[in-house]
Design a protein around this ligand. Structure first.
Ligand SMILES: [Zn+2]
Length: 394
């Protein structure tokens, strides 16, 4: 990259930050209709009417080549790099191992594999197991949140979360007969996990100075029929029993990723995140713009002729928002294969996993800087991260 281009790019980025982040995000946040919906109740994209009900294609074994529009890695050349080849291999293995809806026979195997990866990454891993009654059948199911702690001694902590369960139904599928069958969930229930496994491997190399990180894989996000209140069973339980992991102080922030593997990835800032965690939302999207991650830029600006569709979404970040913890959801819900049998490996890409992973790693580094600055700051100026000592756990 020559210096002229650098100046142009920096100018463009600063312009985007100035115009889009600071004013655009604010005005978008105000102008977008604040209409609470659950993922189960969201209107599917219009393209979803064209689903075929053909058997799933064979998952790809190799990551695709990075497209020209992928994240510019030079911005973080000094930082550990998100390895999309490894993330893609994880995703492939997660999907190949089998579906993970509640009651699925392969769940213990899946838990064991996820725990193994997180321990190998250096995490202090524990399982949070609980029983959840399915309201329609009145059958009790055992659900399991998987928690991996990095730098567990630190009090300033951030949660990176994603759900590891997949959906028992395919209510959006064009084939009515197949709507009662469990989905593969390559994007929904697998892509976020693959990204977090790779981030977990990078955490120690990041050499965070003030921040502790908890990677939490939530169970039971899909625990619920459309219109029910049963979604997000794992994160609700985790938030209700927060003192189990946070006896003194609450986590300073929560970043949940869900459906981050779409080949055509776009991340409009989610509305509840803007409303309830504006600083953390701005920090993440600012890193997305700085790294020139197309999904984050398109999510703010739209693509030609298409306005980004920001929604108020209920997901695993919601229970934390109810505890007044800044919690952000990064999601691309404009995914025609959502809750269908076409949510398979051929619809997701390694480049999309990398975009998400790179921006999350950059966000972690920024949060770490803030944690160090706020702990060394003697004055009462307002930090990006509020000192956790101000928050007493319930
Ligand atoms: Zn889902």
């Amino acid at each position: 990259m020559d210096s002229t281009n650098t100046r142009v790019d920096q100018s463009w980025i600063q312009s985007l930050l100035g115009q889009v982040i600071f004013t655009g995000l604010l005005s978008l946040g105000l102008s977008w209709m604040l209409r609470p919906i659950s993922i189960g109740a969201a209107t599917p994209p219009s393209t979803s009417t064209s689903h075929s009900a053909q058997p799933q294609t064979q998952p790809q074994t190799q990551p695709q080549t990075q497209p020209a529009t992928s994240v510019a890695v030079t911005e973080t050349a000094a930082s550990p790099q998100f390895d999309e080849t490894r993330a893609w291999r994880d995703l492939y293995e997660i999907v190949e191992r089998g579906q993970r809806y509640y009651g699925a026979p392969k769940r213990p195997e899946a838990i064991q594999a996820l725990v193994g990866h997180l321990r190998a990454a250096g995490g202090e891993v524990t399982l949070q197991t609980f029983t959840q009654r399915e309201p329609k059948s009145q059958v009790d199911y055992q659900l399991t949140n998987i928690v991996a702690r990095f730098n567990p001694e630190r009090s300033v902590r951030v949660i990176l979360g994603s759900h590891w369960d997949t959906r028992l139904w395919a209510e959006e599928d064009a084939d009515v007969i197949k709507r009662e069958l469990p989905i593969t969930g390559a994007n929904d229930g697998s892509s976020g996990v693959a990204v977090l496994l790779e981030i977990a491997r990078q955490i120690q190399a990041l050499q965070l100075k003030g921040l502790g990180v908890d990677v939490v894989l939530f169970d039971g996000e899909e625990f619920g029929r459309p219109g029910s209140q049963d979604y997000c069973a794992g994160s609700r339980y985790f938030a209700q029993h927060l003192t189990q992991y946070y006896p003194q102080v609450k986590p300073t922030g929560v970043i949940v990723i869900d459906m981050v593997g779409d080949r055509d990835l776009t991340f409009p800032p989610e509305q509840s995140s803007i409303a309830k965690a504006r600083e953390l939302t701005t920090l993440i999207w600012r890193e997305g713009v700085r790294l020139r991650a197309p999904a984050f830029i398109a999510g703010l600006r739209g693509t030609p002729g298409v306005r980004p569709r920001s929604r108020w979404i209920i997901d695993d970040h919601t229970p934390f928002q109810k505890l007044n913890i800044p919690a952000v959801l990064v999601i691309d819900l404009d995914y025609a294969q959502w809750h269908t049998h076409q949510d398979t490996m051929d619809r997701v890409s390694a480049a999309s996993l990398k975009q998400t992973g790179d921006v999350l790693i950059a966000s972690l580094l920024r949060l770490d800087q803030n944690a160090v600055n706020s702990s060394s700051r003697l004055s009462h100026e307002r930090p990006d991260l509020k000192p956790t000592t101000q928050h007493k756990s319930p």
